[in-house]
Design a binder for this molecule. Structure first.
Ligand code: FES
Ligand code: FE2
Length: 442
């Protein structure tokens, strides 16, 4: 439960809202590389943190992210023509390059653009892991750009599904640090299987080596956010072992979900504004079992042209009750809703565009959610007061070192060591291996 004031602080990202201002201190994923794949392709209209932007790849292959409102009289540049060397506004033909230089003003006297020395707002851009990243802040020098933890090297195989969600970003992230819901909401798509010691990925479902629906939640703060464990009884060796799923939250928007035997799983939530968000669901890895983008989107029921339209709006949405099928529910489907993400989205959007956290009844399974809210609220307040944002102050843990974990482990192993690097354990001395005298007390 939060006060109304803290709920606003947590959720609001537009304009001068402290949370949005803190997010601007990070490199943010603003769209997929595939959406601006080729030089000279149509510019992409974007809205991130309540700001209207346009992203385009110019004729030389350079990416630009600009304020979408033309500097002349504010028409939208995203309607413009992507011509040789820049984007031309349709209204009076001003042309802008990827750095925001105005290179032509055809309706003005010759040399006008040279003498005016106008510069349009343009943001630094990078590409990595299948995303275009922009830095929307004002800090100089720029913060170091690191490839994301799910794709620390350029040849990592990455498949990304995308959809627009009609609610605030925070209730989406909360869904990613809430392992308990998967045993209920996703129970038809994540099924217990005996005889394995890890989560698996079949063509149409995920498997888990546990039937335990009431995980114990443990939280470990880190410099970049936190890690938390959901500890369940495994189907084998219950007396001596635990089934442990460790999720890493990497501020401000990324969650590394426990992997399966075939690939790692990550989720990124990007606020479009206070009431809408982009949701990205990512499979990645080095092996041949990482699905192609097409197979991944098919698995998640987020296939363009079938499940989502050109603007990533889903065919299953609040207006048609997400095509919930009550007959399927009578025949074994827990939710009657197709697709793991759409099951989540039905819950998130159903909370209202900004969830009212002033009258909730939280339980023991919500500990990570409670800690996450406090972490982000405190971080936003501290950032407003001049502190470095989470994860950006030295000493930092390299993104490539941050990982989730899942597996059946002896109860004598401290979960905080699972999936962590020596570098990270050194940064958090309390995460050293601790051998307990006997089975861990629960
Ligand atoms: S409004 Fe863009 S050129 Fe006039
Ligand atoms: Fe979920």
């Amino acid at each position: 439960m939060l006060s109304a004031e803290d709920n606003q602080l947590l959720c609001r990202v537009e304009g001068n809202a402290p949370m949005g201002q803190m997010m601007r201190a990070y490199w943010l994923p603003i769209c997929l590389s595939d959406e601006v794949a080729e030089p000279g392709t149509p510019p992409l209209r974007l809205r991130i943190l309540g700001e209207d932007l346009v992203c385009f790849r110019d004729s030389d292959g350079r990416l630009g992210v600009l304020d979408n409102h033309c500097p002349h009289r504010k028409a939208l540049l995203s309607f413009g023509r992507n011509e040789a060397g820049g984007l031309r506004c349709l209204y009076h033909g001003w042309k802008l390059d990827v750095d925001g230089n105005i290179t032509e003003m055809p309706a003005e006297p010759a040399q006008a653009c040279v003498t005016a020395k106008l510069k349009h707002r343009a943001y630094p851009v990078r590409e990595a892991g299948g995303f275009v990243w922009a830095y929307l802040g004002s800090r100089q020098p720029l913060p170091v750009f690191e490839p994301p933890p799910f794709a620390p090297v350029p040849d990592r195989r990455v498949a990304i599904a995308k959809t627009l969600v009609a609610c605030n970003w925070a209730q989406i992230v909360e869904g990613q640090i809430d392992s308990a819901h998967s045993s209920s909401l996703h129970s038809s798509d994540m099924v217990p299987v005996r005889g394995t010691d890890s989560a698996g990925a079949a063509a149409d479902r995920w498997t888990r080596p546990s039937t335990d629906r009431a995980p114990r939640i443990r939280v470990q703060p880190t410099s970049y956010g936190f890690r938390y464990a959901a500890v369940r009884r495994p189907m084998v060796d219950e007396a001596t072992h635990d089934y442990v799923r460790v999720t890493a939250f990497v501020a401000p928007l990324t969650c590394l979900i426990p992997p399966n035997t075939s690939y790692a799983v990550s989720q990124i939530t990007v606020p479009i504004d206070d009431h809408n968000s982009w949701f990205y669901f990512i499979a990645s890895g080095d092996g041949q079992d990482v699905p192609t983008t097409e197979v991944w989107r098919q698995f998640l029921h987020l296939q363009p042209g079938i499940d989502v339209d050109d603007g990533w709006h889903r065919r299953r949405h609040a207006g048609n009750d997400y095509l919930q099928d009550r007959r399927a529910m009578a025949h074994g489907s827990f939710t009657g809703i197709d697709g793991i993400p759409t099951q989540d989205i039905a819950m998130w959007e159903g909370m209202g565009s900004i969830a009212d956290r002033t009258s909730e009844r939280l339980g023991a399974s919500d500990i990570a959610v409670v800690r996450w809210r406090r972490l982000m609220i405190d971080a936003a307040r501290a950032h407003s007061a001049g502190s470095s944002p989470l994860g950006l102050a030295e000493p930092r843990v390299a993104q490539s070192r941050i990982a989730a974990f899942e597996g059946i482990v002896p109860k004598t192993v401290d979960w905080r060591t699972l999936g962590t690097s020596a570098e990270e354990r050194a940064a958090y001395p309390q995460a050293q291996v601790k051998l307990r005298p006997g089975p861990a007390a629960k």
